[in-house]
Write a protein that binds this ligand. Structure first.
Ligand code: CA2
Length: 145
């Protein structure tokens, strides 16, 4: 049976490829979904969502409890602020991978702390959009191990 990986992107990531390419590159959110899709092992499929709203992201994480085997998430700025997203991820039983396009540790100090990292099996930062492919591959490995 096919297993679904949920790919979640948080606030402002809908602007990917349109602004600040020096930080986030030229690829769009559509490119991200394609890159993540291409990284999946056979027997997996991808559901890709983006929202600027914390509650919507939380609702998708709740749904994933019954529909997804793993979550790849770039929570955007909610990474650094949202205990609510951490709580939702803690209620999800499968593996979670946290992705940041930029190297958050090379940036402002408020980006150095992540609530989501308290839950994530792995954290990828600074690999650009290729980080999503690495995260998807890791979810497939963990789920099939
Ligand atoms: O590096 C990342 O992927 C971040 O999660 C991106 C967030 C930022 O708040 C995190 O600290 C690190 C911001 C996403 C904003 O995305 C934009 C993309 C293009 C143009 C403007 C914003």
């Amino acid at each position: 049976m096919t297993q679904t990986i949920l790919l979640l992107n948080g606030p402002n990531l809908n602007l990917l490829g349109q602004r600040q390419p020096e930080i986030y590159g030229y690829e769009t959110l559509e490119d991200v979904a394609r890159i993540a899709h291409d990284a999946m092992a056979p027997g997996f499929d991808l559901r890709a969502e983006q929202s600027n709203h914390e509650g919507q992201l939380i609702d998708w994480i709740h749904e994933a409890r019954h529909s997804a085997c793993g979550i790849v998430m770039n929570p955007g700025a909610f990474t650094h602020t949202s205990v609510a997203i951490l709580d939702a991820l803690n209620a999800f039983e499968g593996p979670v991978m946290e992705v940041h396009i930029s190297n958050v540790h090379k940036r402002e100090s408020f980006r150095h702390h992540s609530y989501v990292s308290l839950r994530a099996e792995g954290v990828i930062a600074g690999l650009g959009v290729e980080g999503y492919a690495a995260a998807v591959r890791r979810i497939c490995q963990i789920v099939t191990a």
